[in-house]
Write a protein that binds this ligand. Structure first.
Ligand code: NAD
Length: 458
């Protein structure tokens, strides 16, 4: 654990030496990160394939290219984000000027999970570097190939006084959490999220917690079910269902449950003509522990599509269940290729069902009825929402990404990533020529004067 402390001290020194404070140094480091991704894209995609069976296409759009796009957006906006902002000053303080100055917060810790092991580690790093900070990256040990690629590549492109990688599992993460970071950015399950927050409290360290939960999807009877099935199943089975914002379960109006399931059968045939097992576009479950966890959600009599699986190759077919509120699959977040479909009488029942549960990370609704979609938008609280599609709201840098309540705290992407890792310092600079005596003791008779003055100034 001495090595961890050493890395932390090098970064602290880097911060004291202001090695990433200037606009130029931040740009240099972001460009170095961009080069790291593009010059080693094949190696990264291969590691993703080894860990998750992730197809090249999915790896490109959700990991490497996704990050390059984010870096480019950040580089384009950075100068503007870094500008100090002048704000007005109350007349009573005249003469004075007031500013808000964005400044780096210091050394930050980024802990990531295994499902998008590269993107979820590097995306917060973009914000941290853009905001002028130093960072320790803690990749997930559950995706060992990506973890080792990151550990090898980072020192080749970024100095150890700017970014360090600590590989390992619980012991290493706990050792890191004992250090007084200036911010901890954690993505993963809520059990560990609580541990992170507890440890951070010791140092009064602010945290961002990107957690998960059961993201609902409502399907109205007023719909083009073929299109709904296509958009919904793409979001569900992308990355083999191991996506924090994947639709976790579907609430469908009862008269269209069977037609929706029929439409889903046809869609899966189109997606994987030779079957998902033979398809290079369908991945695998991350490991045996998660495979067994997923298996425990199955009741054979509920399976209407799929259910085939093989623990040796970690293949778990796209599986659709005709489920109910009491089903095993409705107890906790699924985080894999199982989709329970529950019938509801109507939209109001769906709203009640959703609102009785913890606020999800994402909520989805499909309908041709705009009024219904507006009600869904107004009456459901979720980290984010996508109407008439799934997942794609994440691709808009203008939309902050994060949870609410049980699904997390804090949000990032685009300017929000910069904000998370920035301290907005308030500064007022007073002039010396005029000095109103009204605020100084003795205070006798000054209260009514100050009241009248403030009233007059509005
Ligand atoms: P994981 O097992 O890789 O754990 C995440 C990180 O926590 C790892 O780096 C791990 O080393 C560390 N860790 C594990 N146990 C620890 C402990 N006891 N003390 C300290 N650190 C510990 O990933 P996971 O938690 O299985 O990830 C899946 C969960 O993450 C799901 O709930 C999913 O919804 C959520 N998730 C959320 C987002 C988001 O952006 N909101 C993204 C992806 C995943």
């Amino acid at each position: 654990m001495e090595a961890i402390q050493q890395k932390y001290h090098e970064l602290t020194q880097g911060h004291l030496d202001k090695k990433n404070h200037s606009y130029e140094s931040r740009v240099d480091h972001l460009i170095a990160l961009r080069k790291l991704i593009l010059e080693n894209e094949n190696m990264i995609l291969e590691a993703l394939n080894k860990d998750l069976g992730k197809s090249r296409f999915e790896g490109v759009i959700s990991e490497t290219l996704f990050l390059v796009k984010e870096i480019d957006h950040t580089l384009k906006k950075l100068k503007k984000w870094m500008k100090k902002k002048r704000v007005s000053t109350p007349f009573l303080q005249f003469p004075a000027r007031s500013y808000i100055i964005p400044e780096p917060i210091g050394v930050v810790l980024i802990i990531s999970p295994w499902n998008y092991p590269f993107q979820l580690l590097i995306s917060p790093l973009i914000g941290a570097l853009a905001a002028g900070n130093m960072a320790i990256l803690k990749p997930s040990e559950v995706a060992p190939n990506v973890s080792s690629v990151v550990a090898r590549l980072i020192p080749k492109y970024l100095s150890k006084s700017i970014v360090s990688v600590v590989e390992g599992a619980v012991a290493e993460t706990q050792a890191l959490l004992d250090l007084p970071f200036n911010h901890i950015f954690y993505t993963g399950n809520s059990h560990v999220g609580r541990i992170v927050m507890e440890k951070a409290a010791k140092h009064l360290c602010p945290v961002t917690l990107e957690l998960g939960g059961k993201s609902p999807c409502f399907v109205d009877k007023n719909n083009d079910l073929d299109l709904v099935a296509k958009r919904l199943l793409w979001g569900k089975f992308f990355n083999t269902g191991q996506t924090c914002v994947a639709p976790d379960y579907v609430l469908v109006e009862e008269e269209v449950r069977s037609p929706l399931i029929e439409a889903m059968k046809a869609v899966l045939k189109d997606f994987y003509p030779m079957g998902a097992k033979e398809s290079p576009d369908y991945g695998k479950v991350i490991n045996k522990r998660h495979f067994l966890r997923l298996e425990s959600y199955l009741s054979e009599d509920e399976i209407v599509i799929g259910g085939e699986r093989d623990i040796e190759s970690l293949y778990f077919s796209p599986t659709i269940l005709e489920a109910s509120e009491d089903s095993l699959s409705m107890k906790e977040e699924i985080f894999g290729p199982i989709l329970p479909i529950l019938a509801v009488k109507n939209f109001d029942d769906a709203l009640t069902f959703i609102n009785q549960r913890a606020h999800p990370l994402a909520a989805y609704a499909f309908s041709k009825d705009n009024e219904l979609l507006n009600r869904f938008r107004e009456e459901v609280t979720a980290g984010g929402m996508c109407l008439n599609d799934s997942l794609v709201h994440l691709t808009n840098e203008g939309l902050p990404f994060g949870g609410v309540g049980e699904s997390g705290m804090g949000s990032y992407h685009g300017k929000k990533s910069f904000d998370i890792f920035t301290h907005y310092k308030s500064v007022m600079k007073r002039g010396l020529l005029i000095d109103l005596p009204v605020r100084y003791p003795p205070y006798a008779a000054k209260e009514s004067l100050i009241r009248r003055l403030l009233n007059w100034l509005g």
